[in-house]
Each structure stands twice: as structure tokens, then as C-alpha cells.
Design a protein around this ligand. Structure first.
Ligand code: NAD
Length: 456
């Protein structure tokens, strides 16, 4: 099938590459010339395990093209995926300017029948706005030969496992309407996703608004589980219980399950924070408060400060003359994405209190330099107190303590003797509960986890 993907970010690039892998002829459009240049020169602009190979293989086979040519992109695909960003607006709502710009471009150039797929995470009702934007362009140029249907096909891939998630999805959600065009779109989407449904049906067909809502409901539920555990972890610290034992104890109940029950120093990334806010905002537009989600957001904002607070409790308010190591900058492992990462909050606090910091991340160093230069744009002196290191051990040299912010596998079994010998004082603040407090105590490391202050 001939497919166009609008936006070659995390979602668009993975969607395009994976659909090409299944034999489709895919044209990827982006407005960012530098991204398109990287892709056309055989590189990839993001870190995503396995993606580079899929892109290279399908480019070589001539099934995957990258371009900034809008007219050519609209002409190419019978199916047009909109996979552009939907960042939060100032009031927390999803900013739809990129989605609507993409829709207008389709309307300006399209002929014949097109299926328009909202892949971006967009608030309930957006498909109607996308339809209106396209129709307005068609009306303006009196394009009588053109018709279309907008379907909602939200994406559930996880950064860091995006290719695997796309190729082996738990479920595919598609919302379409029941007009003749909607039925035609249904038939097209059924054909496109048929390879995923060979062994058993994974597609949930529904109306468009329910599909749009499903994506927000999923992210809101996951964020709720995290904030719930974080709030309980903070209480566990006070009452002298171990949140890890509690996690096992409740996760074994099949009604609860083990996933997404990890306490830590807060969730980040490009999705949970903005999607929770956007759903709250949608509710407010309809005169309803989502009390639980408001609390989820507040708990998470506080939780991003939990490591900073533990550092202050241990070392005092004034951190001048103190030096800290940070392991992990990306918002989660296996990605270089630093959007809303907890590391940025901790780093800001340590630097603001006068400390110097040595940081290390297995893949996010380049992105960290870019992002922190923006965070500290008005304070170059502060940025000069951050040292970007080549290895985890390099970052530890003469540090008063180590703070772990991202649970990269490479951090799970360090050489503790070497770690102790490098640190000035053997103190670990573990924002992801990677180690056992008792083991740390046995090897002489002062250990501060999240919700792990067991009374012995
Ligand atoms: P991103 O910022 O990585 O990529 C968006 C891309 O769209 C950029 O390359 C940008 O240059 C391009 N773009 C913007 N306007 C354009 C236009 N008019 N025409 C062509 N290209 C344009 O974003 P992302 O992380 O891939 O997210 C995309 C959407 O998918 C968002 O709505 C997000 O919430 C959702 N989503 C993201 C994830 C994730 O893990 N990142 C998972 C599921 C859903």
C-alpha cells in the first residue's frame, strides 16, 4: 500500500519504518530539513534500539523515502498518517497547531480519496477539527474530485522498545465513523493492519471519539499507578516499611498485577506529563474536574524533588564545595529523550545550591548537552559546574555522593569496590531502587532509596 507519514519523530519514524518493513511503499515527510538530511544520509536522528537497521534495510529496498516536499507527500499516500508533535500549550491543553497545519497541507494538495489517520495523541474531538481543516481547503479550491475520512489510530509504543512494540502490539485501536467514507477507511485500515492480526485479532474497532479517549485513559492510568506508588513510598520512608516488599505483596494479586508499580523519583518523558494535563484540561472544558489526575500530577511534580530533598537532609541546604555524581539523564532507559526528565530537576537543584556535578548517561550525553544549554541559557556559570563524563566510573571521581536517576541496565551491577574507592564518601541516593539496602549496608555504603527506610 502507498503510505505517507507526516512527522518523522519517535512515532512517525518508527511507524514509517515498520510499515515499510511489512512491504508497504512509505513516504515520510518532515518540516525539519536537518532531520530529513540525516535520514537521507543513512543516519537516524534519535536513539531507538533496532530502528537504524529497519530504516537502512527499507531505504535500500526503495520502500522508505524521506523528504520535505509537501505536495509530493500528499500525492504519494492513499493513507496519510499525521504523527506530528502535540506539545502542551500554556494552559495544559494539547497544542494542535502542528496537527492542523498537517491537515491543511493535505487539503491544499489532495485529489481522489484519502484515509487520514490521526496517529498523534490528540484530545477527543480532534478528528472533527482535522476534517474541518481539510474540508475548508477543499472548499477554497472547489476540489470536487476529492474526498476523505479521518480515523483515529493512537499509538501505544514505548520509547526504548518502540520497534518491538510496533511490530508486536498488545492491541491496535482504530476509531472510524459509519459514513460511506468511514466504511471505506475501515476497509483500508483493516487491510493495512492485517499482518498484525494473523494469529489473533488485536484490533479494537470503535468510534472515533472513544479511540481518541482510549489513548489518554491508558496514559492517565499508568501515570496514576506510578504516582500512587510514589506517594505510598514516601509514607513507607516515614513509617519504616519497604516499598519494594509492598510492591511484591500487592502485585501478586492478579487484580493489581506487577506492572507499573515501581516507586522512584518521578515520571517524565514526552507523554505522561502532557497527556495527564491535557485530559484534565479537556475535562475542565466540559465543566468537570478530574480530581485523581490533578493529584497524580501534583504528586509527580513533588516526586521529582525527592532526591534533592534527601540530599539536603543529608548534606544541608548549602551545597557549595560539595560535588555529586549523577548516573542517568534520559527520562527512562534505552532512549536519549530528555523531555521532562527527573534528572533535570535534580541537576537544577544541586547546581542552584552551589554544588558541582559530574553526569553520565549511556546514550543521552549529546541530547543532555543540548537540553541543559537551554535550561541554563541565562546562567552560563551554573552550566560550567556540570562536567559531562565518558563513563559511570569517571563521573564518580571525588564525589560526595552518587545519585541514580535512570535505571539503565549498565548501572545495576557496578563494581562496588571501585565505586567506593572513587567516591569521597560512600553515599548513594538511588532514585530507581536498583539496590538492596541490606546489601549496601553490608558493603559499607550509606544508601538512600525511595521508600526503603526499613526499621531494623
Ligand atoms: P516528535 O517531536 O519526536 O516528532 C514530531 C515531528 O513532527 C518532528 O520531527 C517535527 O519536525 C515534525 N513536524 C511538525 N510539524 C510538521 C508538519 N506540519 N509536517 C511535517 N512534519 C512536521 O514527536 P513524537 O514523540 O514522535 O510524538 C508525536 C505524537 O505521538 C505526539 O502526539 C505524541 O504525544 C504521540 N506519541 C508519542 C509517543 C512517544 O513515546 N514519543 C508514544 C505514543 C504517542
Amino acid at each position: 500500500m502507498k503510505i505517507t507519514i507526516i512527522g518523522t519523530g519517535y512515532v512517525g519514524l518508527v511507524t514509517g519504518a515498520c510499515l515499510a518493513e511489512l512491504g508497504n511503499d512509505v513516504f515520510c515527510l518532515d518540516v525539519d530539513q536537518s532531520k530529513v538530511d540525516i535520514l537521507n544520509n543513512g543516519g537516524i536522528p534519535i536513539h531507538e534500539p533496532g530502528l537504524e537497521d529497519v530504516v537502512a534495510r527499507n531505504r535500500a529496498a526503495g520502500r522508505l523515502t524521506f523528504s520535505t516536499d509537501v505536495a509530493a507527500s500528499v500525492a504519494h499516500g492513499d493513507v496519510q498518517f499525521i504523527a506530528v508533535g502535540t506539545p502542551p500549550d500554556e494552559d495544559g491543553s494539547a497544542d494542535l497547531q502542528y496537527v492542523l497545519a498537517a491537515a491543511r497541507n493535505i487539503g491544499k494538495h489532495m485529489t481522489g480519496f484519502k484515509v487520514i489517520v490521526d496517529k498523534s495523541t490528540v484530545p477527543v474531538g480532534t478528528a472533527d477539527r482535522v476534517s474541518a481543516a481539510i474540508q475548508q481547503e477543499l472548499d477554497q479550491r472547489a476540489a470536487k474530485d476529492a474526498s476523505f475520512s479521518v480515523v483515529s489510530n493512537p499509538e501505544f509504543l514505548k520509547e526504548g522498545a518502540a520497534v518491538e512494540d510496533f511490530m508486536r502490539p498488545d492491541r491496535i485501536v482504530i476509531g472510524h465513523d459509519n459514513t460511506p467514507e468511514g466504511q471505506r477507511a475501515y476497509a483500508t485500515m483493516k487491510k493495512l493492519y492485517a499482518p498484525f492480526n494473523r494469529n489473533h485479532e488485536r484490533t479494537y474497532w470503535m468510534d472515533v471519539r472513544s479511540a481518541e479517549f482510549t489513548k489518554y485513559a491508558a496514559n492517565a492510568m499508568l501515570a496514576t499507578r506510578i504516582s500512587f506508588m510514589n506517594e505510598l513510598a514516601n509514607l513507607a520512608d516515614k513509617v519504616g516499611a519497604d516499598i519494594e516488599a509492598v510492591r511484591h505483596g500487592i502485585g501478586s494479586d492478579p487484580r493489581i498485577g506487577h506492572s507499573f508499580l515501581y516507586a522512584g523519583c518521578g515520571y517524565g518523558g514526552s507523554c505522561f506529563p502532557k497527556d495527564v494535563q491535557a485530559l484534565e484540561r479537556t475535562a475542565r472544558d466540559y465543566g468537570q474536574e478530574l480530581h485523581i489526575l490533578r493529584a497524580v500530577e501534583q504528586v509527580n511534580n513533588n516526586q521529582k524533588h525527592v532526591l534533592g530533598k534527601k540530599v539536603v537532609t543529608r548534606f544541608g541546604e548549602n551545597l557549595q564545595g560539595k560535588h555529586f555524581a549523577i548516573w542517568g539523564l534520559a527520562f527512562k532507559p534505552n532512549t536519549d529523550d530528555m523531555r521532562e526528565a527527573s534528572s533535570r530537576v535534580l541537576l537544577g537543584e544541586l547546581i542552584e545550591r552551589g554544588a558541582t556535578v559530574a553526569v553520565y548517561d549511556p546514550v543521552a550525553m549529546k541530547e543532555a548537552k543540548r537540553v541543559l544549554a537551554l535550561d541554563f541559557a541565562d546562567n552560563k556559570e551554573a552550566l560550567s559546574r556540570v562536567r559531562f563524563c565518558e563513563s559511570p566510573m569517571d563521573a564518580l571521581q571525588d564525589a560526595d555522593a552518587l545519585a541514580i536517576v535512570t535505571e539503565w541496565k549498565a548501572f545495576r551491577s557496578p563494581d562496588f569496590d571501585q565505586l567506593k574507592s572513587k567516591l569521597k564518601s560512600p553515599v548513594i541516593f538511588d532514585g530507581r531502587n536498583l539496590f538492596e539496602p541490606q546489601v549496601m549496608s553490608d558493603i559499607g555504603i550509606e544508601y538512600h532509596g525511595i521508600g526503603r527506610s526499613i526499621l531494623t
